[in-house]
Ligand binder design. Structure first.
Ligand code: NAD
Ligand code: LMR
Length: 371
């Protein structure tokens, strides 16, 4: 029996992710929670002829506690996605002063100080600025998890992942229920994109399901570090320019989708696929399947020995880092070291670390300073 829960289940990611979990034969119960539309999504999914019993709740009538009760796996795609420029809310932002824009989300007016940014910087900076809104959403949902399902495996999708994972950790610590082995930042979309783009470079998209590229670091811009030298399907003939372009495409793959959607949000369908794949691995591992390995953004506290090796490779301890994780009955069984990497990859990691540290610190401070 496996109860999977989706928090933010009525959203762009939430709906297809819930569909994929409903189709997962290992899931016997599916709990859906959102601040809007969950009963409709649940009623719709409940007609699909697969074993999972579906329940959808809104915040009223103790909806969050009902949804989380008995949860084995909780996936969190709740939050606001980014859009081109500054408009990452449903209402277009309004210029409030020379360098401040305001927008309205859930009846709260939020001020965005982004207008001074150059268009080119804006797309990636915006993902970080989602922090301002999403941090509060994730903190409140993590409080619910700490209270109603403290033993669940928690898979965080809400951006910025580099900060929202530390936020969940700090909330769980505050409630005395933190088990670092059970908390994961979902970076699978970067892995999925790498497989696709590498298969494309091989001129054979049917390889996409076979290509495995470890992606380490974090989940935004330069913190995303694909280890192409460890690809199951190497590309030995890439020129430096082609290599750099491929790395950039993987690091900024999110921008491609944001721009193509032209204001209608960020990646949802590919993210739902990636989230369902990762959730499936976590579920299979706690059901006893061995040898499951996937990159995920986790705390160094999850495996001190593994993290110590990683620290040696990185040249310093980074509190949260994505590397290949071995999954087991209790969640994170082992943090694997990076292994052999090239000088170019070492430079990418060097560029990622300061950015990651800044993001981690924003997440921790958000909860700790509120105490
Ligand atoms: P969306 O706006 O379509 O859906 C978000 C859902 O969250 C909405 O249905 C909204 O009602 C719900 N929500 C808001 N506040 C909530 C709360 N307090 N409790 C429960 N639900 C709440 O957005 P989306 O496109 O699905 O993206 C969601 C998040 O996922 C964004 O932060 C986005 O940046 C992130 N994302 C992450 C990755 C990744 O690789 N980790 C990839 C794509 C998107
Ligand atoms: C992605 O990588 O597609 C997501 O993190 C969404 C975004 O804002 O880019």
């Amino acid at each position: 029996m496996v109860k999977a829960v989706v928090l933010g289940a009525a959203g762009g990611i939430g709906q297809p992710l819930s569909l994929l979990l409903k189709c997962n034969p290992l899931v016997t119960e599916l709990g859906l929670y959102d601040i809007v539309n969950t009963p409709g999504v649940a009623a719709d999914l409940a007609h699909i002829s697969t074993p999972a019993k579906v329940e959808g709740n809104l915040p009223d009538n103790d909806g969050l506690s009902k949804t989380l009760k008995g949860a084995d796996v909780v996936v969190i795609p709740a939050g606001v996605p980014r859009k081109p420029g500054v408009s990452y809310s449903r209402d277009p932002p309004v210029r409030a002063s020379a360098n401040m824009w305001s927008t309205r989300i859930d009846d709260k007016v939020i001020f965005l100080n982004l207008i001074e940014m150059k268009e080119a910087d804006m797309i990636d900076e915006c993902r970080d600025d989602l922090f301002k809104i999403n941090a509060g959403i994730v903190r409140d949902l993590a409080t619910g998890i700490a209270t109603y399902s403290p033993k669940a495996f928690v898979l965080v999708i809400s951006n910025p992942v580099n900060s929202t994972v530390p936020i969940v950790a700090e909330v769980l610590k505050k409630h005395g229920v933190y088990d670092p082995k059970r908390l994961f930042g979902v970076t699978t979309l970067d892995v999925v994109r790498s497989s696709t783009f590498v298969a494309e470079k091989h001129g054979n998209l049917s390889l996409a399901t076979e290509v495995v590229v470890p992606v380490v670091g974090g989940h935004s811009g330069v913190t995303i570090v694909p280890l192409l030298s460890q690809s199951s399907h190497p590309l030995p003939n890439l020129s430096t320019t082609e290599y750099e372009a491929l790395v950039k495409r993987i690091q900024f793959g999110g921008d491609e989708v944001v721009q193509a959607k032209g204001g209608a949000g960020s990646a949802t369908l590919s993210m739902a696929y990636a989230g369902a794949e990762f959730a499936n691995k976590v579920i299979k591992a706690f059901k006893g399947e061995k040898g499951l390995i996937a990159p995920s953004y986790v705390s160094s506290e999850a495996d001190r020995e593994g993290a110590a090796l990683l620290t040696k490779e990185l040249g310093k301890e980074v509190a949260y880092f994505s590397s290949n994780i071995e999954l087991g009955l209790g969640g994170i069984a082992k943090i694997n070291p990076l292994g052999k990497i090239t000088d170019a990859e070492r430079n990418l990691i060097k560029a990622a670390i300061p950015e990651l540290e800044k993001n981690i610190s924003s997440g921790v401070t958000f909860v700790v300073e509120a105490r």
